[in-house]
Design a binder for this molecule. Structure first.
Ligand SMILES: [Zn+2]
Ligand SMILES: [Zn+2]
Length: 430
């Protein structure tokens, strides 16, 4: 940023620093320099009527690079993230090649520097080939720039192997992100329950997630490893996380889709609605919203999972699992959870910005000296999710056609406007 910039008059809401009211924020050299009324600067941006939050942080995204750049690239994935108000993202390693060698990590780190609009971190694999057998060389992966390790997409089937992985990750100083799934139980394509029975689809019981989550939590408590359980989708798994909160170095996230959609959608037999973990019944949805509200689940992560249309426009049983997540996360949660009085707005901002920001370290706060990673939101604007307006290279959003409230008006990383949702209003001034 060449000159300073004052964002004037936005309602600044940051639960981590206690800000909640209209004021000005001055940005200098990529950082927040001053917060207060009547600030002056060389450039200004009139943000009356908008909300200013810390930039959102997404610890779970699939940008399909390397290998499936037809579905997403670092450029399009980071543009989609910016359009959704995200300023930091963690990229999952189930790519082609898999991110299980230092040379793949360092290659990605170099590409991120050139191609990403947002700050992006690389998750390397926990096991070679994500196979849950041989551990990766975590120390070397860390030296090459890996931020954490994960076999996302697959659960580790052997508790002994997982325990060794946690111990090694702990000595290497890397957090572990776990996709908890017992594949001997998860033999179906949707949640096993009334909706699956009505649709005639093979189901996987909730225990496929719960049993694996329980195992992971017990091992986390014993090893002392820093473990993050991603996409918790059942009420029981959330309760298990709560039980272990003070017994292990554990955190957990929940996706926007598990907070807003239920397995009734599988009755359409539309491949769009296949996702892993599967959409759950209403009672689980209620349980995970309450767990997020109460801080038992720490934060939101999208599991942004782009797929080419030929992988999704299929009968549900044959479709690839996964949804786009970045661009609709805030509006879906604001519309479906906050406006329906099930979660307060400050808790949503904490769950999308402050809490994941503190998990990755040094992000998710509007305070003097903090990076100027910010998102401006128009909470009053209603918009419709349209395929032609999607920024991601893929189109597999489960919210297509939905009317959502809360539009991302602008996103800054290091004080630079990397997404302009307001067109002329901002363009003329920045
Ligand atoms: Zn997963
Ligand atoms: Zn994933």
């Amino acid at each position: 940023m060449r000159e300073d910039l004052v964002i004037r008059g936005a309602h600044v809401l940051d639960p981590s620093s206690g800000l909640d009211g209209p004021t000005d924020v001055r940005l200098v050299a990529g950082r927040v320099a001053e917060i207060g009324d009547g600030l002056r600067g060389t450039r200004h941006l009139d943000a009356d009527g908008l909300h200013l939050f810390p930039g959102f942080v997404d610890v779970h995204a699939h940008w399909r690079t390397p290998g499936r750049e037809d579905e997403e690239t670092i450029e399009t994935g980071s543009a989609a993230a910016a359009a959704g108000g995200f300023t930091s993202v963690v990229m999952m390693p189930n790519t082609d090649p898999i991110v299980d060698k230092p040379v793949v990590v360092s290659g990605l780190v170099r590409r991120i520097e050139k191609e990403s609009r947002v700050r992006a971190h690389v998750s390397a694999a926990l096991h070679e080939g994500l196979k849950g057998e041989r551990l990766t060389e975590m120390r070397l992966l860390k030296e090459a720039g890996a931020f954490c390790v994960s076999d996302d997409g697959l659960g580790t089937q052997s508790a002994g192997v997982l325990r060794n992985g946690m111990l090694y990750a702990k000595t290497a100083g890397l957090p572990v992100i776990l996709h908890c799934e017992d594949h001997t139980l998860a033999t179906g394509v949707v949640h096993e329950g009334a909706a699956a029975a009505l649709a005639g689809l093979p189901g996987s019981p909730g225990s496929a997630e719960d049993a694996a989550t329980a195992t992971a939590l017990v091992l986390a408590a014993e090893t002392g490893a820093k473990v993050h359980i991603t996409h918790v989708s059942t009420a029981l798994s959330a309760a298990l996380v709560g039980f272990f909160r003070d017994r292990a170095d554990v955190t957990a996230d929940i996706t926007p889709h598990h907070l807003t959609l239920t397995d009734e959608l599988v009755g359409t037999l539309d491949g769009t609605y296949r996702v892993n973990p599967p959409l759950r019944p209403r009672d689980d949805g209620i349980g995970v919203v309450e767990a997020l509200r109460d801080g038992i689940l720490d934060f939101v992560a999208t599991d942004h999972a782009p797929h080419a249309s030929e992988e999704k426009e299929l009968p549900l049983e044959e479709a690839a699992p996964g949804f786009l997540g970045h661009e609709t996360a805030f509006a879906a949660l604001y519309t479906e959870i906050v406006l329906k009085n099930r979660l307060l707005l400050p808790r949503l901002v904490e769950a999308m910005a402050s809490a994941p920001g503190s998990w990755i370290g040094g992000a998710g706060s509007i305070s003097v000296g903090a990076p100027a990673d910010l998102v401006l939101v128009d909470l009053s604007e209603e918009w419709t999710v349209r395929a032609e307006a999607i920024v991601s290279r893929s189109g597999n959003s489960p919210y297509l056609g939905w009317s959502l409230k809360g539009r991302i008006a602008g996103t800054t990383v290091g004080g630079e406007l990397i997404h302009d949702g307001m067109g002329a209003r901002f363009g003329a001034r920045i």
